[in-house]
Design a protein around this ligand. Structure first.
Ligand SMILES: N[C@@H](CCC(=O)N[C@@H](CS)C(=O)NCC(=O)O)C(=O)O
Length: 204
């Protein structure tokens, strides 16, 4: 069976768990003790020498990094190419938002959550993190003014990737309500079949 190696609270691991749920793919979660530093030593380092979660094992095949996992799962388990289109224009659009997720979204919304979990590791002042969130969410809010999803006219792994950190902002003390279009997009995503919260439960 497919194995996902991640600590449960990992936002990047949550991305992978969401897509697995939406694609209805069975898997085993190998819980990594992040606070005990399990991801910084073997055997985890053989899965990802960068010592970051998530990583995945599918038989003999191993892959690390949330976006690589999303691409792999979409290609392997979504033959309709709904979640990751196969045409040049569509795939590039999705890649564009995956990159934004790995950089701008990671440096703002992801950090907001991570600082609560690991204040020792994230030294950036709250004001700076909030300003980064404002910047990226302001752009996303404008982008979503006349569209329902980030990359295409349907949800893709770009939405999965951005949803995970942005959906955690409210419980991290950042008010996403001030961005009406982002809020509507978060609600649309929660209503998708198979969508789960960070604890793995369907949304009410
Ligand atoms: N680019 C990586 C980033 C992974 C990442 O930052 N993972 C966090 C958990 S959400 C982690 O492992 N943090 C522990 C550390 O870096 O020591 C991905 O998308 O998977």
């Amino acid at each position: 069976m497919l194995r996902v190696h991640s600590t449960m609270p990992s936002i990047n691991g949550y991305k992978v768990r969401i897509l697995l749920s939406m694609l209805d793919v069975p898997y085993e979660l190998v819980d990594i003790d992040m606070y005990g530093g399990e991801h910084k030593r073997e055997p985890f380092l053989s899965l990802n020498p960068f010592g970051q979660m998530p990583a995945m094992e599918d038989g003999d095949y191993t892959i690390a990094d949330s976006h690589a996992c999303l691409v792999y799962l979409a290609r392997k388990h979504d033959p309709s190419n709904t979640w990751l289109p196969a045409d040049a224009e569509g795939e590039a659009r999705v890649a564009e938002w995956l990159s934004k997720s790995a950089n701008e979204v990671h440096q703002g919304p992801w950090m907001k959550r991570a600082k609560i979990r690991r204040p020792d590791a994230i030294k950036l002042p709250d004001e700076e993190i909030d300003a980064r969130c404002d910047h990226v969410l302001g752009i996303m809010d404008g982008h979503l003014a006349d569209r329902e999803w980030l990359a295409l006219d349907r949800p893709t792994i770009a939405d999965v990737s951005c949803f995970s950190p942005i959906s955690m902002l409210k419980i991290s003390g950042y008010d996403t309500d001030k961005w009406a279009n982002v809020t509507a997009w978060l609600d649309r995503f929660r209503a998708l079949p198979g969508a789960i919260d960070a604890d793995g439960n369907p949304f009410a």
